[in-house]
Design a protein around this ligand. Structure first.
Ligand code: AFP
Length: 334
């Protein structure tokens, strides 16, 4: 008798999620279905991103979003896809998007909250540089009640699942439910994500730092001292190289795989920097911590920050544990 099974076809995202469901006592399949809807939205966005130069999608819509930034066509398309697919799924009570001022109450309320940045790094679109989608899923606190914004205003440590899609040379989908981080690569010919990076662990330390150094003169002394130190050799510390794409998903993905640190500190113009706690910092901190790394605002663990506003910003130092500790040693003195 032969035992079925083959190494020719790898593990798909669907199979991986289904295996997680089978291992979770009492699972109803709703979370599995929600992740499948999310993966559908990401594949739709992937498909449109790939046609961006062809389909007259580059450039601005002419509108301004809640952050006061110009909204690009692909941002609003990605936002619409995610809101529509997640709403139709019937699994979300509240949907929160970086592109939308207020929380969206789903027309088919379910038991999850989903928060996302539909197209992070969108100012890179016109130059054909990597961009991505970031998301976090939380279980609603009152799943039977009327959905409220308070169910979204929760610290990152309460996240049930978070991850991102990076639309780079290939499209990768990285996610974690807190136990392990796994990466899947899309086979565009068949529209399926396959497990390509199982059990990602971020190195204890790296040799690159990733920060917009053009802000140097706006930083507080501690941040400047850290950057001066990190790029110079001092005893056991060898000078780090610098890498900065300007799309956090892309910078973070490299940091996750190779180690090192990504930072967006506060400065004299924006005390809390640029990044949004709920849509960018918390989900990516959840992933990085699950991979063995760390994330801080310089003084506090990102996942412990209690949000008060949906579009709240936070300084961020994220990556290899030792590199984040080193940064906080300097920055914590500001
Ligand atoms: P956009 O989505 O407006 O391009 O912003 C991307 C982002 O929030 C984050 O992905 C980058 O790391 C960061 O901004 C880059 O900001 P700077 O251009 O100020 O370095």
């Amino acid at each position: 008798m032969r035992v079925a099974g083959s190494t020719v076809v790898g593990t798909t995202l669907r199979e991986h999620v289904l295996a997680g469901m089978r291992a979770a006592p009492g699972a109803t399949g709703e979370f599995t279905s929600l992740l499948n809807h999310l993966s559908l939205a990401i594949r739709i966005i992937h498909s449109r991103v790939r046609q961006a130069g062809l389909a007259d999608l580059l450039g601005y819509t002419g509108e301004t979003n809640v952050q006061g930034e110009q909204v690009q066509k692909l941002d609003s398309y990605a936002n619409d896809v995610l809101v529509t697919v997640l709403d139709k799924s019937g699994h979300c009570g509240i949907i929160g998007s970086e592109e939308v001022d207020d929380a969206i109450v789903s027309s088919h309320p379910g038991k999850y909250v989903v928060l996302f940045d539909p197209l992070d790094g969108s100012s890179n679109i016109d130059t054909n540089v990597g961009i991505g989608t970031i998301f976090a899923i939380l279980r609603r606190t009152e799943p039977r009640g009327v959905p409220t914004v308070a169910e979204a205003l929760r610290p990152g440590r309460e996240i049930a699942c978070a991850g991102y899609a990076l639309y780079g040379p290939s499209t990768v989908f990285v996610l974690s439910t807190g136990q392990g981080v796994h990466g899947f690569t899309l086979d565009p010919a068949i529209g399926e994500f396959f497990l390509s990076h199982p059990h990602i662990r971020i190195p204890e330390s790296g040799n690159t730092y990733s920060v917009n150094e053009g802000n140097y003169h706006k930083w507080a002394p501690g941040v400047r001292n850290w950057v001066d130190w990190v790029k110079s050799s001092d005893g056991d510390h060898k000078a780090y190289g610098q890498r900065y794409i300007g799309a956090m998903v892309a910078d973070l993905h490299r940091t996750l795989l190779k180690g090192g640190i990504f930072a967006y500190p506060g400065d004299s113009k924006n005390a809390n920097g640029k990044l949004r706690l709920l849509y960018e910092a918390s989900p990516l901190s959840f992933v990085v911590e699950a991979a063995g790394g760390a994330a801080s605002d310089g003084k506090r663990r990102i996942l412990d920050i209690e949000p008060t506003k949906l579009h709240q910003r936070t300084p961020l130092f994220i990556g290899s544990k030792k590199d984040v500790e080193d940064a906080c040693r300097f920055v914590g003195q500001d």
